[in-house]
Write a protein that binds this ligand. Structure first.
Ligand SMILES: [Zn+2]
Length: 696
């Protein structure tokens, strides 16, 4: 077994996914989401909010051309004012030279290029590559002479660049640019976008840092931390790792930079020092932080960068902070759907165990961020508990963010939704009961596109001598163990069937293959896991310890010489699990939900009598007789899946009854409650939905 268990993800391009479940999602992104988003970035979708992405890039390129030609250039119209969102004046045509959209609008196109790059790694597509090249060229033309690249300031008051790192997302755009540039470089071998990213990173480093004369600033919206580390990994340029470490180390130190920055910006009008901003995870140095707090996406991105840095540097204090923050986010503040961020106020984490269903925020991007964080914790410490959460996020909230036809998206992912309430109740103003086509603040759809397109890098990580199989995604991959190539085949029926295998197709190598035993199986019935049939060509079936298998933290490590025909088979028991929450979670007291394998289920009123609050299930009876829950093949939106038929009762109710009465046993009738996977809700017209159901 390897002494150092740290690992890196396999390249998405080295893993040919054939998985029935994930291939559909990846192809959906390629066929529907990516072309649609390109139209959106170019403002060619008639009834959707304009993105302004290409508009802004082109305008910035014209500005640069004028400056190069020595012609005078002035910011146009609304570009003179610094607003968080800038739109054309009412009744007026857009000014072709003005910036429009949110301050972070540039990042939408970067995320799109990143997703396209992963798709190009899967298979070439000359037309798609040419379209992406158009986007890359537009970005490169928008970059200023000094490397600065943020159209919001380029088209506005450039002299105010780096004066509002807290709110104005320049470093967030830098982060997404780096992510896109690395993926584009890996997909195409081209250095155009990589150079643009390096130049902008250097431009930022010239202004920000510990050295005298620089501002001690750091990102208001994190992501640059992990992105610069990727840029370092791709280019080998140490300065990008140093820049990432600086951003991590400086965050939350006193005096608080965001206070200093505001004082400089506001002068006399400054209100005085604050206690630091928990919303930005900037009220204490990161190594002293213990509770996941503030804006959930920002938090997840920061913690992901911290985990990367801790892995690379071996910084034990940073690693300990990552573990504490993981515990807080994943064990005290996580929805059963793998969502995080319970309150819409600040799109933020709430108190431990405060996990309301109907007012949930649970932004798709935060769940994506939770998967980022989990994968990075796994890279540092292969413990199946991280993979369990990563898998839960991917199969539930991340996919819920996208309609089964790939044409509309959720930003907010509630665990209970009544369409009538959403239409009339201001407290639910942030919850949409149907997915939206495109939003001006379009963070989630391109984020789904990039994580789904890069799924293999969540399925497997490896180091010199060990390959870790975290998710069972059918496909073929080529890896190198101790310098020798191995071609592997993964077969899997997840999330519906509990069978998986890893077999060697070609090559021979010595080393370790570590396979994960999912928590949903381990916790259910350990004896149901069978590791067997490690075969060598022409040999009889050999015992599992032929390759010296041993189990640690939910992974079984097989070490030895691997030859074609060697195979590890796994059989996971997949009972329907009746799940209760920690009693400290007030929202879910007296309720249960249903899960099977990595999939969390929900009830919809298109299948069941409404309102869904009338349904009662009997957890004691259901767990005593698990076979009373039927698992049935179903299809929604053309996707085959399993639905659950749960014996239940429905309470008699009418408006004739008084609001309050002396307690007496409820009058109920027998019924069968139909549950579908949470990710598939809202694909059959307007419907009420509930994950948690009342127990009786
Ligand atoms: Zn989002």
């Amino acid at each position: 077994m390897a002494a150092n268990l740290c690992s890196r993800p396999v390249a998405p391009g080295s893993y040919r996914v054939t998985d029935a479940f994930w291939l559909r999602e990846m192809d959906l992104v390629r066929r529907e989401v990516i072309p649609y988003q390109w139209e959106a970035l170019n403002d060619r979708i008639p009834d959707a909010a304009p993105s302004w992405w290409m508009h802004n890039m082109r305008a910035a390129a014209r500005r640069n051309a004028m400056k190069r030609a020595g012609k005078p250039w002035q910011p146009a119209g609304s570009g003179r004012e610094m607003r968080f969102e800038t739109l054309p004046e009412k009744g007026q045509a857009p000014d072709p030279d003005a910036f429009y959209g949110f301050v972070f609008q540039d990042s939408d196109g970067y995320k799109w290029i990143e997703a396209v790059s992963y798709q190009l790694m899967r298979g070439p597509d000359a037309a798609l590559r040419a379209t992406a090249q158009e986007a890359v060229d537009a970005i490169c033309a928008a970059q200023e002479e000094d490397g600065y690249l943020d159209t919001y300031y380029s088209l506005g008051l450039r002299e105010r660049a780096f004066t509002n790192l807290r709110d104005h997302h320049e470093l967030y755009c830098l982060g997404h640019l780096c992510e896109a540039a690395v993926a584009w470089h890996q997909a195409t071998g081209q250095t155009d976008l990589l150079n643009a990213a390096m130049r902008f990173a250097d431009c930022c480093a010239e202004k920000l840092g510990r050295e005298p004369g620089k501002k001690r600033g750091y990102p208001g919206h994190e992501i640059a931390e992990m992105a610069l580390i990727r840029l370092w990994e791709e280019t080998g340029e140490q300065r990008f790792l140093e820049q990432a470490k600086y951003f991590i180390d400086e965050r939350g130190r006193r005096p608080f930079y965001f206070d200093e920055e505001e004082r400089e910006r506001l002068g006399e009008a400054w209100g005085g020092p604050t206690q630091g901003s928990g919303y930005h995870q900037a009220n204490a140095p990161v190594r002293e932080q213990s509770e996941a707090q503030g804006h959930a996406v920002r938090a997840m991105y920061l913690y992901s960068g911290m985990a990367d840095a801790a892995r690379i540097t071996g910084d034990t204090a940073l690693r300990a902070a990552c573990k504490r923050l993981w515990h807080s986010a994943a064990e005290e503040k996580r929805y059963v759907t793998g969502g995080v961020g319970a309150t819409h106020v600040g799109e933020a984490f709430s108190r431990p165990y405060d996990l309301p269903s109907d007012t949930a925020y649970s932004e798709t991007c935060a769940s994506i961020g939770l998967a980022f964080f989990a994968r990075r914790m796994l890279q540092m410490d292969p413990d199946s508990r991280y993979a369990d959460v990563m898998e839960e996020a991917l199969y539930n909230t991340v996919l819920s963010g996208m309609a089964l036809d790939g044409r509309s998206f959720f930003y907010v992912n509630p665990l209970a939704c009544d369409p009538e309430a959403c239409k009339t109740d201001a407290r639910l103003g942030h919850v949409k009961h149907v997915r939206q086509k495109w939003f001006g603040c379009a963070c989630c759809p391109p984020n789904i596109a990039r994580i789904v397109s890069s799924l293999p890098s969540y399925a497997m990580t490896q180091n010199e001598d060990t390959l870790f199989v975290h998710l069972y995604v059918a496909g073929e991959t080529e890896v190198t163990l101790n310098g020798r190539p191995l071609k592997l085949k993964v077969e899997a029926g997840l999330p519906w069937e509990g069978e998986a295998s890893v077999s060697v197709l070609e090559g021979s190598a010595e080393g370790t293959i570590a396979v994960r035993i999912p928590g949903w199986c381990r916790d259910a019935k350990a004896s149901a896991v069978t590791l067997r049939n490690i075969l060598t060509p022409g040999a009889e079936e050999l015992a599992g310890d032929e390759k010296g298998s041993r189990e640690k933290s939910g992974y079984v490590y097989f070490t030895g010489a691997w030859e074609p025909g060697d195979r590890v088979e796994l059989y996971f028991d997949m009972p329907v699990r009746v799940t209760a929450a920690n009693p400290l979670s007030p929202e879910t007291a007296g309720q249960v939900c249903f899960r099977r394998g990595p999939v969390t289920y929900c009830a919809e009123s298109v299948d069941n009598e409404a309102p869904l609050c009338l349904w009662r299930v009997d957890p004691a009876a259901l767990t005593a007789d698990p076979d009373s829950i039927r698992v049935e093949d179903a299809e929604i939106g053309g996707m085959p899946m399993k639905r659950l038929l749960v014996p239940a009762r429905i309470a008699a109710a009418s408006r004739e009854q008084p609001l309050y009465r002396d307690w007496a046993p409820e009058e109920t009738e027998d019924g069968t409650l139909i549950l579908i996977p949470y990710f598939a809700w809202d694909n059959r017209g307007e419907t009420e939905m509930r994950v948690w159901l009342h127990a009786r």
